[in-house]
Every structure is written in C-alpha cells, then in structure tokens.
Write a protein that binds this ligand. Structure first.
Ligand code: SF4
Length: 441
C-alpha cells in the first residue's frame, strides 16, 4: 500500500486537494481545464520561462524538447509516456488513475504546440489504461489518441523503446541517433513526454506561476508505507526524511535506481537538479528511498544491481556482461566473500561503463556501484572480511523490496460542487481548490 498525502503549507498543483479520488470531467472543466490555447508560441515561451523540466528521469528542458519536435518539419506525433519503470516510483500510475483529464489536456496542448496530428498514451498499468479510455470517451481531446499498453519492464519507458513498441516492435531501446524528435513513430518527429510533464504543461497554460515549482515524489523505506506527495524544488532531503519518519537514514537511494546512493552527511542537499548533479546524484523520477538503521547500503545496492541485471534487455554486450558482473560482485560483497580484486573491479567498471550502453540502465548500474564505493568506503572494507550483522540476517532479495505499489484511488467518479481559489504560492494564481462530493447518480 502506498499512502498519498497533500503537503501542509506547500502548493500541490498536480496532487490537488483530493488525491484519493478520481477527478471527473465536470470537475476538471470547472477548474479551468481544456481551455483552448490561442497562442501556442506564447505558451511555449511560458514553459521556457518557468524552466519546466521533464519528470520522467532525465530532467531535460521541456520547452527545448517541444521546440525540437515543432521545428523538425513534417507532421509530428505526441506520446504521453506513463510507463513507470523505476521500481520505487508510483506517481505516474497515480496521475493517470486519478487525473486522466489533466494528462490528456497536456497531451492536446503538446500537439497544438508541435503541430502533431495524433497522439498516444503509452503505459502498462491496466487500471490507468481504463481510466484514460474512460476519459477519452467522456471528451474528445481534439486529436486522435490511442491507448497502447505494453509489458512492464525497467527499459520499456525509455523513449526509443516507446517508439519501437508503438511501431509494432518490442519495447526495447534502440541506438541513438536518431532520437525520437528526429525520427520517431512511423518516421515522424515524435515528442515522448512523461505524463507528469504533460500535466504541468496543462497547468502552465492556465496558471502563470507555480505549476513548475514542485515535483511529485514517492518516498519509501523505513517502517511506514511508501508515501506519494508533492514538494517544492529546493526542499532539503532532510525535510523529506523527517516527513517520511526516517529522520536519520543510513543512506538515501535517489531517483529510483537512477541517482545512486547518498550518505547521511548529504541530507542538506536540496531537490535541485544542479545541486544533486554536483553531488553525482539526481532526482530522476522523484522516487527516494531512505534506508533505515536495519538496512545495509551494501545489500540494497546488491539488490538494485540484481534487479538491473535481470531487467537488461541484453542487446548491448557491454551491458550484458558489465551489469551482471557488477551484480555478482556486489552480491559477493554483501555475503562477505568478495576480495579486494572485486572492489577494484567495481571501481573500474563504475568509471568506465557509463555511456557505453544504448540506454541509461548501464549508467544507473555503474552509478550505484560507484556511489557505494565513494560514500561508504569503511562499510565496503568491512564487508570484505565478513557480512555485517544486517546482511547476515537479511540477505539480498533480488530487488523485490525496492518496488512500491500504486496508491489506491476511489474508482467512483466525483463531482465538483464548489471552487475555492487560489491555492498556490503567494503571488501565484494557483490551482483551484475544489470541494468534491460523491456523484449522486
Ligand atoms: S544498455 Fe542494457 S538495457 Fe540498455 S539497451 Fe543496452 S542491453 Fe538493453
């Protein structure tokens, strides 16, 4: 079970005031949704000024991506990417289950900006797919939109895998270039945008401020259920650790598996792309796992590498051999049977393997191994002799403990009965605060 909690004091433009319920079309329209966009150039300028970043993992500037597709020539295709591959993340499934119209509004606006004549919603979650289909049946978004379900896999949401799957192939990454904006679905310039990015695009079309100043985050680890919430950029990791009830974590696993491990001395780092990058980490999709006192960073890293080795699409020889070798070495380290040659190999691989695979899986694996060595050298050295008491008691579990479930959303449609705004930062126009009541019939 994953808990959803709206933040106290902070704006929550995406999570909204009633995240446990499905937002109805009436509610979405009453809050200002699906407004026509008479000036797509001005909206693009607003996206750039707000510095909206992609929320799928890489954090690429959304305006640059939209502009690249628009200016490529031909008739583009737009894709709402809801395939949530990182094992610690639940935000995208929640968003599509609870606020399908917000996602579709963002997709329609992306089509208007780029000149696309068709769109896709790409995902694996069956509940979310049904909600999106219901929303499409309730209201025509103004362009043909297909819902395409794929098999869930770590690499299935990688943008070239998305294009390949939509074109009828397997959901596996391809070599770049070409990138989808150059040659995507059916050869057309294609925007593959994360669903949270599109939701924020829709909010930016209505509210000049606030829509890009927060991020959905999924917090896990410790004794509590995983928590989905929305926080401002700039929030220190320490604040999030306290919010999740692990005030003194032993380590922090960042971005799902994308951002590697941080040690507890880095808790003053803030949710800021540049700041996290300077520490060799990253926010990624916003999944953050706080390791409690009874979890060993070595065992968690071994779990993560085992998961990545199992999820490798086995297309690049360097990934097949490199990720598996790192997983086996870390498993040996966790069980206390790894020598110094093994840790020397880990150090060498963590430096030499990034950038050599066709997708980011190999990079994530190398960053995890490297961050363990960099931030926990004494723990690693101790593990050369024997497993620590924690690892001896709880051996690696092949990554199963790293997954979090999507939060439950009440399936019955809700009807908006009152609006009370504004809701966001001082000076911002904010999002509507809606009072919802169950539909009577
Ligand atoms: S890096 Fe690994 S997961 Fe990515 S495409 Fe190559 S083999 Fe597949």
């Amino acid at each position: 079970m994953t808990t959803i909690r709206t933040p106290t004091g902070d704006p929550s433009p995406v999570l909204g005031p009633n995240p446990q319920t499905v937002e109805s079309l009436d509610g979405y329209l009453a809050a200002g949704g699906y407004r026509p966009c008479p000036d797509t150039g001005a909206l693009l300028d607003r996206v750039a000024a707000a510095d909206l970043r992609g929320r799928g993992g890489a954090g690429f500037p959304a305006a640059t991506k939209l502009r690249s597709v628009r200016d490529r020539g031909g008739t583009p295709v737009v894709v709402a990417n809801g395939e949530e591959g990182e094992p610690g993340s639940a935000k995208d499934r929640w968003l599509m289950r609870a606020r399908p119209h917000l996602v579709l509004d963002g997709l329609a606006l992306a089509a208007a900006i780029t000149g696309a004549d068709r769109g896709y919603v790409y995902l694996s979650d069956a509940v979310a797919a049904e909600r999106i289909r219901q929303a499409l049946a309730e209201r025509d978004p103004g362009l043909p939109v297909s819902v395409l379900r794929t098999e869930h896999a770590y690499v299935a949401g990688e943008e070239t895998a998305v294009v390949r799957r939509i074109d009828g192939g397997p959901a596996l990454p391809t070599a770049k270039p070409p990138r989808p904006f150059e040659r995507g679905v059916g050869g057309a310039p294609t925007l593959v945008a994360n669903v949270e990015t599109l939701a924020r695009l829709a909010l930016l079309s209505r509210y000049r401020d606030g829509a890009a100043t927060t991020a959905l985050v999924t917090l896990s680890g410790g004794p509590r259920h995983p928590l989905l919430t929305e926080v401002r950029y700039g929030t220190p990791l320490r604040t999030l650790a306290e919010l999740h009830g692990v005030p003194q974590p032993r380590a922090v696993l960042m971005g799902g598996l994308f951002g590697g491990l941080l040690d507890p001395d880095r808790l003053e780092l803030r949710l800021d792309q540049a700041e996290l990058a300077s520490a060799g980490s990253g926010l990624g999709c916003g999944a953050i796992r706080f390791l409690d006192a009874d979890e060993c960073p070595v065992a968690i890293t071994a779990d993560a590498l085992e998961l990545l080795a199992a999820e490798s699409s086995r297309q690049c020889g360097v990934c097949v051999s490199g990720t598996r070798a790192m997983a086996e070495t870390l498993s040996a380290l966790a069980t206390g049977v790894c020598g110094t040659e093994g840790t020397a190999n880990l150090a060498r691989w963590s430096r030499g393997l990034p950038g050599r695979g066709a997708c980011g899986l190999l990079d994530a694996a190398a960053r995890l191994a490297g961050s363990l060595l960099a931030h926990f050298p004494e723990l690693v050295a101790a593990h050369l002799r024997r497993p620590c008491p924690t690892c001896a008691a709880t051996p690696p579990d092949s990554g199963r403990r790293l997954h979090v479930p999507a939060p439950d959303i009440a399936p019955g449609a809700q009807r908006l009965t009152a609006i009370d705004r504004p809701h966001t930062t001082p000076g911002a126009r904010g999002t509507a605060r809606a009072t919802l009541s169950p539909t009577s019939g």
